[in-house]
Design a protein around this ligand. Structure first.
Ligand code: SAH
Length: 235
């Protein structure tokens, strides 16, 4: 054991954390030191009396850009060059986060996450420090903190000992390339709606077949893009 999975977050707003990560599954796991959260305030590396971290965009335009030299100083202090963890920049321009990527990150030593604000960050720090840009979806938020929480939450729930065996995540949405089948629990009938008979049959093979068929149906209806491309039929 080489220590817990470790997330280091660089932000102008460390007080936002642990926030939602401090409750339920992730909060319990944090308290049990299954994972560790280290906050770094970018402002600590700001310049002058006012600890400036940003400046106006070269070339003109609205908003402010986080300075490369300030961010590099914050990154180098938080994660020395030999830190094996991937350095990710939360960014709407990044590769969209997937469950496969989350699994890979959760299997590693942790992550170093840089949260942007304002218009974003100077391109040169992305290039010079080899930051990998990661997006949580095709919409724009006001800062990288919530995206960082999303990424950490998705990883932490997969760490050994966070979810019980039963909820190991193996059958969840995206895991088999499909969306998950529908769930039901008591009462057996509610507002005239019954639980599908097969789920009460005790026939485990039939239940597994039904769930598989429902997962395929939902994926076809809602997310056909997840299904493997069908080979063109030969005439
Ligand atoms: N001007 C930028 C958006 C800046 S939003 C653009 O058009 O691409 C400010 C910060 O919020 C970003 O630097 C990034 O860290 C974060 N952010 C916003 N939307 C995000 C998303 N969908 N995924 C990940 N990070 C996001």
């Amino acid at each position: 054991m080489t220590g817990p999975w470790r997330a280091t977050v660089l932000t102008l707003y460390p007080e936002m954390f642990p926030g939602p990560l401090g409750v339920s599954l992730s909060g319990d796991a944090l308290a049990r030191a299954v994972w560790a959260l280290e906050m770094r305030n970018i402002r600590d590396h700001g310049e002058g009396r006012h600890k400036r971290v940003d400046d106006t965009p070269a070339g003109g335009g609205a908003g402010m850009v986080l300075r490369a030299d300030i961010l590099a100083a914050a990154l180098d202090a938080a994660a020395p060059a030999d830190d094996p963890r991937p350095r990710l920049l939360m960014s709407p321009r990044g590769a969209p986060l997937t469950q496969a990527r989350v699994r890979a990150l959760a299997a590693g030593p942790g992550v170093v996450l840089l949260c942007g604000r304002f218009e974003g960050v100077d391109q040169r720090v992305i290039d010079a420090r080899g930051l990998e840009e990661v997006s949580i979806g095709d919409y724009v938020l006001s800062g990288g903190e919530i995206p960082a929480m999303v990424l950490i939450d998705a990883c932490v729930r997969l760490l050994p000992g966070v979810m019980g065996k039963e909820e190991s995540g193996a059958e969840e949405s995206f895991e088999g390339g499909l969306l998950e089948y529908p769930h039901y629990t008591r009462p057996r009938e509610w507002e005239g709606r019954a639980i599908p008979e097969v789920l009460l049959s005790g026939n485990h093979a039939a239940i597994a077949r039904w769930r598989r068929a429902e997962a395929e149906r939902l994926t076809r209806e809602r997310r056909p893009d997840l299904l493997p491309a069908r080979k063109p039929r030969e005439e």
